[in-house]
Design a protein around this ligand. Structure first.
Ligand SMILES: [Zn+2]
Length: 152
C-alpha cells in the first residue's frame, strides 16, 4: 500500500467522520452491515464520540495502557508506517496502531511496537497507517461492543 493511498484512506475516514455527527449510529451501522462502507468509513463506528454519549453510565474510560511489555524479539516497526527501517536500538514501547483517541482498542490486534522517537512521531496521526483488513481485524468486535453499549 503506497503512501498516496494511505493518505487518501485517512482523508476518506475524516471526511466521513465529518458527515456523520448529526446522524444516528444505528443508521451508519446498517450501512456497515450492508457492506456499503469502505474500511476507513467503518472505523467511524468506534469513534469515542458515540461512547461519550454514555459517559454517565460508563465513568471509567477504556483501558489505555498496554499491560505487557513488547516481546524481546520485536524491533521498531517504523518500516510498516514510514517505509524505512529504524536504526534505533532503544527499548520499545507498545502503541495503538489505530489511535486510542479515535476508538482504537488496547488489544494485541491493534498493538504496534515502536521505539520512543517513532512512538512520539506517530501520535494520533492515521495518515500513514495501512488501512488493511489485517490491521483492523479487531474492528468488528469493537463495533459490536459499541452496539451493546448503545443497547441496540
Ligand atoms: Zn524507531
Amino acid at each position: 500500500m503506497d503512501i498516496r493511498s494511505r493518505v487518501d484512506s485517512a482523508e476518506s475516514y475524516f471526511r466521513f467522520l465529518n458527515t456523520v455527527r448529526y446522524r444516528l449510529w444505528s443508521d451508519i451501522y446498517i450501512e456497515y452491515v450492508g457492506g456499503s462502507l469502505t474500511l476507513p468509513e467503518s472505523a467511524v463506528l468506534v469513534h469515542p464520540m458515540w461512547r461519550d454519549q454514555l459517559i454517565s453510565e460508563t465513568p471509567c474510560r477504556r483501558q489505555r495502557s498496554f499491560q505487557n511489555p513488547p516481546p524481546a524479539y520485536e524491533s521498531c516497526a517504523a518500516s510498516t508506517i514510514w517505509g524505512y527501517a529504524c536504526p534505533s536500538a532503544t527499548s520499545l514501547q507498545t502503541d495503538h496502531r489505530f489511535p486510542w483517541a479515535l476508538g482504537g482498542p488496547t488489544s494485541p490486534g491493534n498493538a504496534v511496537y515502536l521505539c520512543r522517537d517513532h512512538n512520539q512521531m506517530k501520535g494520533h496521526d492515521v495518515h500513514l497507517i495501512a488501512w488493511t483488513v489485517d490491521n483492523f481485524a479487531w474492528l468488528h468486535d469493537e463495533v459490536e461492543e459499541v452496539r451493546r453499549l448503545l443497547r441496540l
